[in-house]
Design a protein around this ligand. Structure first.
Ligand code: C5P
Length: 208
C-alpha cells in the first residue's frame, strides 16, 4: 500500500521540519501545503484583490501556477498572515483541493503537511500525525529563529501573533485546524527535532 503521511498542526509546531525529515527518510515526495495558501495570499495582494472576498480570492487561487511557489519570501510572517485570511474561503480551498489530492496519490505515497490533510485532503491516509506544542514554546522558537536571522523581534509580539493565527485557523467554519479522529498526537513542547523524528518513525513503522 502507498505510504501517505498526513501531518497537521498549528503554526511553528515543527511540522515542516518533521515532514522534510520523514520524506527524506522514507524516500517520499513532500508537499508543504501552506505554501499554496501563502502564494494565493501574496498573488491576491499583488493584484489588489480584496482578501475578504471569497469569490475574488477563489479566482486568484484558480490562477495559481507552480512558478508562483518559487518566491523565497513566501515563508515570511506577512505571507503567513495573508494565507490564513484567504484560506478561510471555500472557493480558495476548493481550487487547491485537486492538486493536493493528486500529489498524495503518487504511486509510492507522499508526505503532506498543513492544517486539514488528515481531515479533508487525505482522510484515508494510513498515517496521520497531529504535531503540536504550547503557544509559548512555538512563540519562543519563532522568536529565536528570527533573532538568529538578525530580525529585531520581541517574544510578546510573536506570542500574540501565534495565538491570533491559531484562533483564526481553528475557528473558521471550513476545514478548521483540528486533529482527525484517528490522528496520533505528537507534542513537541519538550522534544527536540531528533526526538520528534524518532517518535514519528516509531508511530509510522508501527502503523498497520
Ligand atoms: O503552514 P503555514 O504556516 O505555511 O500555513 C499558512 C496558513 O495557510 C495557515 O495559517 C493556514 O491558515 C493556511 N493553511 C490552511 N490549510 C493548509 C495549510 C495552510 O488553511 N493545509
Amino acid at each position: 500500500m502507498a505510504l501517505v503521511i498526513a501531518i497537521d498542526g498549528p503554526a511553528a509546531a515543527g511540522k515542516g521540519t518533521l515532514a522534510k525529515r520523514l520524506a527524506a527518510h522514507y524516500g517520499l515526495p513532500h508537499l508543504d501545503t501552506g505554501l499554496l495558501y501563502r502564494a494565493v495570499g501574496r498573488l491576491a495582494r499583488e493584484r489588489g484583490v480584496d482578501l475578504d472576498d471569497p469569490e475574488a480570492a477563489g479566482a486568484v487561487a484558480r490562477d495559481l501556477v507552480p512558478s508562483h511557489l518559487d518566491d523565497g519570501t513566501l515563508r515570511g510572517h506577512e505571507a503567513g498572515e495573508l494565507a490564513s485570511r484567504v484560506a478561510a474561503h471555500p472557493p480558495v480551498r476548493q481550487a487547491l483541493d485537486a492538486f493536493q489530492r493528486n500529489f498524495a496519490a503518487q504511486p509510492g505515497g507522499a508526505v503532506l503537511d498543513g492544517r486539514d490533510i488528515g481531515t479533508v485532503i487525505c482522510p484515508d491516509a494510513p498515517v496521520k500525525l497531529f504535531v503540536t506544542a504550547s503557544p509559548e514554546v512555538r512563540a519562543r522558537r519563532r522568536t529565536d529563529e528570527l533573532l538568529a536571522k538578525g530580525r529585531p523581534v520581541d517574544y510578546e509580539t510573536i506570542l500574540t501573533e501565534v495565538r491570533e493565527r491559531d484562533r483564526r485557523d481553528a475557528g473558521r467554519s471550513v476545514a478548521p485546524l483540528k486533529p482527525a479522529a484517528d490522528a496520533r498526537l505528537l507534542d513537541t513542547s519538550e522534544l527536540g527535532i531528533e526526538d520528534a523524528f524518532r517518535a514519528a518513525c516509531a508511530i509510522i513503522d508501527g502503523a498497520p
